[in-house]
Write a protein that binds this ligand. Sequence first.
Ligand SMILES: Cc1cc2nc3c(=O)[nH]c(=O)nc-3n(C[C@H](O)[C@H](O)[C@H](O)COP(=O)(O)OP(=O)(O)OC[C@H]3O[C@@H](n4cnc5c(N)ncnc54)[C@H](O)[C@@H]3O)c2cc1C
Length: 431
Amino acid sequence: MVDAMCKKRKKSKKVAIIGGGAAGMMCAATLIEKGFSGDIALFERNASLGAKVIISGGGRCNVTTGITSLDVLVTKYPRGGTFLRDALKAFGPAKIRAWFEAHDVPLREEDDRRVFPCSNNGKDIVRVFEKIFATTPTIRCLCKTSVLSVEKSDNQFCITYKDKNGTRHKLYDIVVLTTGGNAYAHTGSRGDGYAFARALGHTITPLGPSLNSFLVREAWIKELSGTSFPHARLYARRANGEKVDATGPLLLTHFGISGPAAFAFAAGVAHEKIDESAPLHVRICIDATRDYHTWQKLLIDACAADGAHTIVHILKRWMTTRFAYAMCRECGIDVEKKCAELSKKERKILAHFLGDGYSVRLYAKRPGDEFVTAGGVSLSEVSPKTCASRIACGVYFAGEILDIDGVTGGFNLTASWATGYVAGRAIVRNK
Ligand SMILES: Cc1cc2nc3c(=O)[nH]c(=O)nc-3n(C[C@H](O)[C@H](O)[C@H](O)COP(=O)(O)OP(=O)(O)OC[C@H]3O[C@@H](n4cnc5c(N)ncnc54)[C@H](O)[C@@H]3O)c2cc1C
């Protein structure tokens, strides 16, 4: 019904895009490249566009992924994968890559399928948009301009914003909310868009941090700061009994655990309450490819071959010396013990520690270091084909403001580019 009303409206001349991040920039570029003839205002509170794009991937900008199978791609989104199907079909990783390369940014895929600019510089990605906007008279990039409110006013939207001249109001026919989530708030994404969406009648699903590190209780973990495992596994049960399982590189730090496996695990517990009074017990396996039985066999064989050596000497094949010492201590095994003297019970304890994982209490999500916000504008209220609101005619959403979040590997930017593109294309088609 709302879609039909939107189609009837003949002149959709002025578009306000609120938020000059990945989604907002791609929406604006799509409008321009698809021949939108109306005026475009891109509101951005920062002095320049794309602050988060520039710092993403440690400044290298993991712009998308080399994975192109839609069925695989959607599994990379703990929330929103199904919704994203249409957007990824329209503008998925292969098209995203082709688009940036056509705009003179050569990209390179790494072994783990992450895609970066060959220059390893996120600024090159933002420069693409700056160039497009600089040569298009119909777009105005209103930087250093904070939108304060968005209200429906008859068939238009009244945007109240603040810039160096004070607080002002302006009417637009179409509004695209691309204000992002509330992670890394110092980059400008402070969650303002949730209030704008609510004011327009939308529901915001519960918000929570995702892709964050964790603080752990166990002192011995923190003492091993700097130790890493390339194929670790973390698993636990949520309060509702569901299993959360994550694999990937893991880093032990002075505060707890970090790295891709911890981030993927965080995505699985984004809405779990974790605090001092209710720590989450997680089991950590140092090698996801080896279970209890595999470790049993490895230890039996190693002890049989090297009975005269200490157990730490044997364990050093699979881990650092520091970790081997700490592990023996935690398992109550004398580090000086010769392999030949290791009892069956002790060997089983070690195999259990390695194969089934050791238990660690996570007592907090590390404050302020999450990469993305889980939760956002409820997807049931947004069309997946157009990113248009099903509630308020003339309103579109793109990027992290939506209840979509991915794991690490370029999937979050991919979602922002794809939804930004779809929103821009739909506005042009609807004009
Ligand atoms: C440190 C870090 C590294 C990351 N690395 C990667 C990576 O390598 N690959 C990947 O895929 N993802 C990465 N992500 C996630 C990814 O960057 C985000 O998911 C993505 O940038 C979200 O894009 P967006 O356009 O939806 O929102 P944002 O990029 O957050 O943009 C929103 C913009 O809106 C502006 N804004 C907000 N409110 C207002 C207002 N009221 N008025 C005016 N302007 C406003 C903000 O200033 C901001 O510029 C990373 C995130 C972080 C924090």
